[in-house]
Design a protein around this ligand. Sequence first.
Ligand code: NAD
Length: 233
Amino acid sequence: MPDIRNIVILTGAGISAESGIDTFRGGGGLWEQHRVEDVATPEAFERDPNLVLRFYDMRRAAIQEKLPNPAHDALARLDRAWNGDLLIVTQNVDDLHERAGASRVLHMHGEHLNAWCTYCDERSRWTGPLADRPPCPRCGARALRPDVVWFGEMPYRMEEIYAAMRTAHLFVSIGTSGAVYPAAGFVRDARSLGAQTLELNLERSQGSSWFDETRLGSASEVVPAWVEEVLAG
Ligand code: NAD
């Protein structure tokens, strides 16, 4: 791999699948028995806040029982060892990259383990339920919602992501279907900015033809193999 110093890695639900966390589009288009539109949009929250809060309470409790898999471990190893710039941009709202030991992680779709007060705008670490409407630790308002980006909302920290893409020599996409924008468009942006592009996925994503190279397989196998290759130079 010639002249690779700066790397941007995009991860999606597929990297956490082998940890036992459902992807979005598995299971016949249902996400844990719910249609995505019923639980992951601002309209859904307005229509039935109890359903949405209970759904996220369930997910928040579930992810705390899960463990990082060898793919998270391998990226954490790369993060620790890599001297160039590296940014793991994750669409995932679980904390498995961090629990594996990675630190250069950016959650563009928010985090399950954060609550956001829509009254005072404070974000707090949150591991318990929200459906019982606990008060915001800062202002006391009972206006907490999951700090996750729903469909129709703006992803977080896009300037930082594009700044990293502008200097990246390699863009790697892992376990994402290429269906959710703007993340699905990163490969085209990376290419036009001059980076090499690599896809690691169980099956080809919708934007697969945009990648210079695609390696198919489960994340727990293809990601550690790729990391060993990169670290071996
Ligand atoms: P997606 O469900 O649309 O696609 C999952 C992708 O992972 C598919 O391309 C599939 O082929 C691949 N995959 C499945 N099992 C795999 C494995 N073992 N190894 C490698 N790849 C595997 O997910 P997405 O593209 O991330 O986009 C959907 C949205 O879902 C994101 O916005 C994300 O916020 C949200 N989401 C997050 C989590 C999480 O935090 N773990 C879980 C579900 C959904």
